[in-house]
Design a protein around this ligand. Structure first.
Ligand SMILES: [Zn+2]
Length: 384
């Protein structure tokens, strides 16, 4: 089959082109289109395919096999027809920025630490994998150097060298290729075998930001950003920090300290609430009146231990069952019940059935939750 002419090989800035349709075949609900030439970069080496249009058809995917590039579209085209192709160049240009940025970082990693890039993903997530690990401080150094190479605005070239030149050249490569090797050179900094479109000068990358690095397959996986994606990330982060700063009423530079302070305040308040609840419990226990029969108490204290302490005290104040409920009619209640003269284990089935509840325990004490209303609970406790 006729190999497709790769227009992006020599001109990565080509946004539109004309080509002849060689064939069009149905492929499920899509159409597989072969052209004599294309500027659409296929999914390759971890980079997702370019999008755009071919005449009126939307390009949904682009795949390459043995030099033949297939465009998958939503509408059919006619063989022999000349079509105008237009790339979604904004998305493609970002991929160029990121891919060139990846080469800079991988080149530095290789030169400084001898690590190889063993994986690259440029689709939804942007990651690069290395066969060794670095500390955050070392990554920051790499990031600084990578950005210095951007400021230098170094030229980036791509070419297919002769066999002789190739043998004499030192370059990074994931595959052991000897033919049709396309070398992407970034000034004095890096030479790497690569078939993807790149920016012409490093200044176009704008910014390289290494995000988190996690341990991965004996090495590390780095999430990173470059170009307009790095700017978008900075914008979102800045907006979030500005919102936090307003919420905490502290300058943006102090939001972490501000949050720590707020956490400490919340903890202090929690301790005060616990202490007040304990005092309130003591008052409640002291206020329990001697009761003939069952004693039913409602409280808003969500602490099960407090409920048990209340019931322990209540059991001594009544002749029947002492039951404490915490909650409300809308969300339901949690309960603890105690008794000195009844077997609660036997009664718990009857109680849970009546109150749409669940729970259990010993003959002297049971606990659980129920979905009944206060009036239903009071009626049930009176009937026992
Ligand atoms: Zn590459």
């Amino acid at each position: 089959m006729q190999k497709t002419i790769r227009l992006f090989d020599t001109d990565s800035y080509m946004q539109a082109f004309d080509a002849t349709v060689l064939s069009c075949t149905a492929d499920g609900d899509r159409f597989a289109i072969l052209l004599d030439r294309t500027a659409f970069f296929p999914e390759e080496g971890g980079q997702s395919a370019d999008g755009g249009t071919l005449a009126q058809a939307q390009v949904l995917d682009v795949q390459e096999k043995d030099g033949v590039i297939t465009h998958y579209t939503d509408k059919p085209l006619t063989a022999g027809q000349t079509v105008h192709g237009t790339l979604d160049f904004q998305a493609r240009y970002l991929k160029m920025q990121i891919h060139s940025g990846e080469h800079i970082v991988s080149g530095l990693m290789h030169r400084k630490y001898g690590f190889s890039n063993v994986g690259f993903h440029l689709g939804g997530e942007i990651t690069m994998d290395f066969d060794g690990e670095l500390t955050r401080a070392q990554l920051d150094e790499i990031e600084d150097e990578a950005n210095r190479i951007i400021y230098e605005n170094v030229q980036i070239t791509a070419e297919y060298p002769s066999k002789e030149v190739l043998i004499a050249t030192e370059y990074r490569s994931k595959l052991d290729l000897t033919e049709d090797v396309r070398l992407v050179t970034i000034g004095e900094y890096d030479v790497c075998a690569c078939c993807a479109p790149h920016v012409a000068r490093t200044g176009e990358i704008g910014l390289i930001k290494l995000l988190d690095a996690i341990r991965y397959k004996g090495g590390m996986r780095i999430h990173f950003l470059a170009g307009s994606a790095a700017l978008a990330h900075y914008r979102k982060t800045w907006t979030d920090v500005a919102a936090l700063s307003a919420m905490l009423s502290v300058p943006q530079s102090d939001v972490v300290d501000g949050l720590r302070k707020r956490d400490a305040e919340i903890e202090k308040r929690g301790a005060t609430i616990s202490s007040l609840r304990r005092q309130l419990l003591d008052y409640k226990i002291a206020a329990l009146e001697q009761t003939d029969g069952n004693l039913c108490i409602f409280t808003d204290d969500p602490d099960m231990l407090a409920l048990r302490l209340l019931v322990n005290a209540g059991v001594r104040k009544c002749t029947g069952i002492c039951a404490a409920f915490s909650g409300n009619d809308a969300d339901g209640y949690r309960y603890v019940m105690g008794a000195q003269n009844a077997d609660l284990r036997t009664l718990s089935k009857q109680i849970n059935a009546a109150l749409d509840g669940k729970g259990g325990g010993s003959a002297q004490m049971i606990q659980g939750s129920c979905n009944a209303k206060e009036c239903e609970i009071r009626a049930c406790m009176e009937s026992l």
